[in-house]
Structures are given as structure tokens and as C-alpha cells.
Ligand binder design. Structure first.
Ligand code: E4P
Length: 225
């Protein structure tokens, strides 16, 4: 079954979504953290609150180091594991330094998500370096003319037993295409995730049902006064 993550660092959005549907966790990145409301005084404290919530309600937390050089990525990763929680997935973009960090942390038994993957080769290298999960960034790929659905399909074909997390969505059509291509998991920003509940088509459809009923029975409820 498809796993669903929220791409946010806002604890209120996480609580709201968990009250409606069953989710499998939360992903963040430095831009999301920089733009978050920061209700608890610092991004690390915010992440601790999210980690605790997910411990209680079930779900993984994927956090990305801010650093981009090998030694610094490792420092950030160990800091995250110490300060936020030992079960955090460390999310690392697949650059040269990133790949070395993925290799090192995976060898130490740390759960790693290889992020910012745009090509089959990048994903293959990350799986071969030991990453638990490879994350293909769909919208960012599409903006550069890359067929992200093809990348997802090829990676799933070559690594059927490994986890493929599709990310970076701007439209619900991209979400559908990533799922159809074979992604195991999707991470979606809350606003986009719930967007289709309030389209004009939905408003018109519901209004149409109500109008039929009201015209026939002069009432807005099934139970008539
Ligand atoms: C996923 O884990 C990322 O945080 C996210 O989807 C990145 O994509 P974006 O920056 O294009 O939204």
C-alpha cells in the first residue's frame, strides 16, 4: 500500500492532518524549516515537538542537514540524532559529498533518505551506497524537462525491494503520475494534499445534489421538519 507523508515543519498542520487521515510521517528540508512559524523558539525545538508527536501517533520523521560538505553533513546528522531523536531518518541530497555521507551513515546503521534525486543514475548510486529510501523530486525535475515518472519507473524496476519516495509536488496531477509510475511513498505539502476537496467541481456537485432535494422537498436535510 502507498505510504503518505506530510512535507512540512508546522506542528499544527501535522496535528490537523493526523486528525483526518492516517499518515506515515513527516519530511522537512532547510527551506521548509526556515519558512515555518517557529512556535517553540528554534527549529530544533520545533522538530523535537514533531518527533514526540510522531512517536505517539506513529510515523517517521525525515530531516535534512543544512550543510553541504561531507564532514559538515556528518556533524549536522549526528546533531540531529542527538538533539531531536535517534530514530530520525537523515535526508541527504545526492551530491558527491552527499553520496559519501550516505555511504558512511548507512554503514553505521543510520537510516538515510537520499534526496534531490533527478536521474536514474543518481538514485542507483544512492541505493548502492546503502540508502534505505531514494526520493525523486518531481516538480523540480519537470521544470527542467526531466521525465520524473520514467525515472521512478526505472528505479522501481531495478530496485523493486527498496523504498522510493516521490517528493516536490506542485499539482495533484504530478502526485497521480508519481503514484502510477510506482512510487512507494509520497510526501506532499498539506495545502496541496487537501486541495481537491474544495474545487469548483466539488462545490457545484454538492450544490447540485442539494438543489435537487430542496426543489422536491423544500428542505435542506434528509429529516424533514
Ligand atoms: C521532500 O522531502 C522535500 O522536502 C520537498 O518535497 C522538496 O521539494 P520542493 O522544495 O520542490 O517543494
Amino acid at each position: 500500500m502507498l505510504h503518505l507523508f506530510l512535507d512540512t515543519a508546522d506542528i499544527d498542520e501535522i496535528r490537523d492532518a493526523y486528525s483526518l487521515i492516517r499518515l506515515d510521517g513527516v519530511t522537512t528540508n532547510p527551506s521548509i524549516l526556515a519558512g515555518a512559524k517557529n512556535k517553540y523558539g528554534s527549529p530544533v525545538l520545533e522538530l523535537k515537538v514533531i518527533y514526540k508527536f510522531l512517536e505517539e501517533h506513529g510515523g517517521q520523521l525525515h530531516i535534512q542537514p543544512v550543510a553541504s560538505l561531507y564532514d559538515e553533513i556528518l556533524k549536522d546528522a549526528y546533531y540531529i540524532l542527538e538533539e531531536v531523536g535517534e530514530n530520525v531518518w537523515i535526508k541527504i541530497p545526492v551530491t558527491e559529498d552527499g553520496l559519501a555521507a550516505i555511504s558512511r551513515l548507512s554503514a553505521e546503521g543510520i537510516k538515510v533518505t537520499a534526496a534531490s534525486v533527478f536521474t536514474f543514475t543518481q538514485g542507483m548510486l544512492a541505493y548502492k551506497a546503502g540508502a534505505d529510501t531514494v526520493s525523486v523530486y518531481c516538480n523540480r525535475a519537470e521544470e527542467k524537462g526531466i521525465e520524473y515518472a520514467h525515472v521512478i519507473e526505472s528505479l522501481k524496476n531495478a530496485f523493486p525491494d527498496r523504498v522510493l519516495l516521490a517528493a516536490s509536488f506542485r499539482t495533484t496531477d504530478q502526485i497521480e503520475r508519481a503514484s502510477f509510475a510506482g512510487a512507494d511513498s509520497l510526501t506532499i505539502k498539506p495545502k496541496l494534499l487537501f486541495q481537491d476537496l474544495k474545487t469548483d467541481l466539488m462545490r457545484d456537485t454538492v450544490a447540485n445534489f442539494q438543489f435537487s432535494w430542496e426543489s422536491a422537498f423544500k428542505s435542506r436535510n434528509l429529516r424533514r421538519e
